[in-house]
Write a protein that binds this ligand. Structure first.
Ligand code: CA
Length: 500
């Protein structure tokens, strides 16, 4: 009798401990580190031409311990629209954020609201750029508009708070402060969103001298003359040669410095600027100088991002959070680092279409893996929800990346990606849309003045120098891509959308 009841008691205890374990098992935390305008070529894990010159050890660590996506393609390569896609899981024409000029409708369904409903504590620190007040966050602490690199004003839960220091560091400081004071009983969803490396590229004081004595290699297309394509790319206003202006080249500064900061910052640039002016460089020599000035400051801004990613990873390590936190690093789009003679983004061409995506999820992702499937910022919202074990609403248009993260890409995974840029005339870039299957790319410029197509064979022409639209050898491929473009426009409900 006694032994039976003891056995029963033991069974009950085992069951109870199992239950306790089950109820205690929190869904993973999600740390989403999001930068602005970070090109793949400026992350050494992507092994681009600058990888050896400008290593990013902390970002590389996420890749080494997780998965690096080679083909994360944005749906609309520009800041605010990309952010709206991340929050809603919907293309721009459905979330209403077509251009940087629109104001985000915060009353709509967003992933932050859904995660909150699923029991997450939600916070956003840093760049917001959507004009309306953030919704769906237990805590928000965001830059006004573009923000500045030094001494930022952070709109903190409805109040303006002034900070002194370098913004990339401060966004991390404030993220860490929030992590310290959060409700540890709940899983967290933290969006740490940097202004960097968005222009105008003002480096941290500690990085002013980095790269100074080096000659950074130029991209082979720095002096592109835009032959071989429609007239669209030649109409750009994002040229390293002609469009950078005094602020982007550090002849004038954008931040409001403290006197101490100014002394060091100006003390670095002014003598270099004076020496440059004496040289009176013209033509290609001037473009080359502009490129060096631009790329060095850009990479310095990236260096501060990388260091601050390291600080966040270290915090997770030191606080026993690393194993149950999914770390996701991405940017709102890619960027031109002098390829085709450009800075900026917007085009459906490769460097601005691609955005970095690196994910660490201990126990789920096989470390040091690379994924080559076509994924998108359209997928982020559903990925967050699936990680959280929350339902994905039927009106979101992406796909959760969770099976890919676990190394099992479904057989019916997307084979093509739809792109649509709406901000007509911004930096001289017209409205355009298109489709790519990763090997080929078809772009439509619908404006009456252009009314043109471009087609590229990315395997034979990875730099997209020669449109093969109209080339008989591609007639069938182009026809098939046009059909696919129509299918996608129907699927994403864009075919009847009239751009207001
Ligand atoms: Ca951006």
């Amino acid at each position: 009798m006694k032994s039976v009841s003891l056995q029963k008691l033991v069974t009950v205890l085992i069951l109870m401990s199992g239950m306790t374990h089950a109820t205690n098992e929190k869904p993973p935390n999600i740390l989403f580190i999001f930068t602005d305008d970070h090109a793949l070529n400026a992350i050494s894990a992507y092994e681009g031409p600058l990888a050896k010159i400008a290593p990013t050890p902390h970002l590389d660590r996420i890749a080494r311990e997780g998965m690096l996506f080679k083909h994360c393609l944005v749906s609309n390569s520009i800041c605010a629209p990309s952010r709206a896609v991340v929050l809603t899981g919907k293309y721009s024409h459905l979330n209403g954020q077509l251009t940087n000029k629109d104001m985000f409708d915060g009353s709509q369904q967003t992933v932050s609201k859904l995660l909150k409903k699923a029991g997450y504590q939600t916070a956003i620190v840093g760049k917001w750029h959507l004009k309306s007040t953030p919704t769906g966050f237990d805590h928000f602490e965001v830059l006004k508009g573009q923000g500045q690199y030094y001494n930022p004003l952070l709109f903190t839960n409805g109040k303006n708070v002034k900070h002194t220091g370098y913004t990339t560091d401060i966004i991390t400081d404030q993220s860490l402060k929030w992590l310290e004071t959060r409700n540890a009983d709940k899983p967290f969803f933290l969006m740490t969103q940097h202004k960097a490396p968005h222009g105008r590229w003002e480096p941290a004081l500690r990085h002013l001298e980095v790269f100074e004595d080096m000659e950074i290699p130029e991209p082979p297309t720095l002096f592109d003359n835009y032959d071989g394509r429609t007239t669209a790319p030649a109409q750009h206003k994002m040229g390293i040669a002609d469009h950078m202006g005094p602020h982007r080249l550090m002849f004038q500064y954008s931040s409001k410095f403290t006197p101490e900061q100014f002394k060091i910052f100006d003390g670095h640039f002014r003598p270099l600027n004076d020496a440059f002016e004496k040289l009176n460089l013209q033509g290609k020599a001037r473009t080359r100088w502009n490129y060096q000035r631009y790329i060095k400051n850009y990479l310095r801004c990236v260096k501060a991002v990388d260091e601050n990613v390291g600080r966040l990873l270290e915090y997770l390590d030191d606080n026993g959070l690393a194993n149950n936190t999914v770390v996701i690093y991405s940017s709102d789009q890619g960027f031109w680092l002098g390829e085709h003679g450009w800075f900026d983004k917007r085009w459906m061409y490769e460097e601005s279409l691609h955005t970095p995506l690196i994910v660490r999820w201990p126990g789920q992702i096989q470390p040091d893996t690379t994924n080559t499937d076509l994924v998108s910022n359209l997928d982020f919202a559903q990925t967050f929800l699936d990680i959280a074990g929350a339902r994905q609403p039927g009106d979101m248009q992406g796909l959760a990346l969770t099976p890919l993260l676990r190394g099992k890409t479904p057989a019916n995974w997307r084979k093509t990606h739809y792109y649509h840029y709406y901000e007509a005339g911004g930096h001289g870039v017209p409205v355009h849309y298109g489709v790519t299957d990763g090997r080929h790319k078809l772009i439509r410029f619908p404006d009456d003045t252009l009314d043109a197509w471009e087609f590229f064979d990315l395997k034979k022409d990875p730099n997209e120098m020669q449109s093969r639209y109209g080339d008989p050898q591609y007639t069938r491929t182009i026809a098939a891509l046009k059909e696919e473009l129509n299918r996608l426009r129907k699927q994403y409900q864009v075919e009847n959308f009239e751009n207001p």
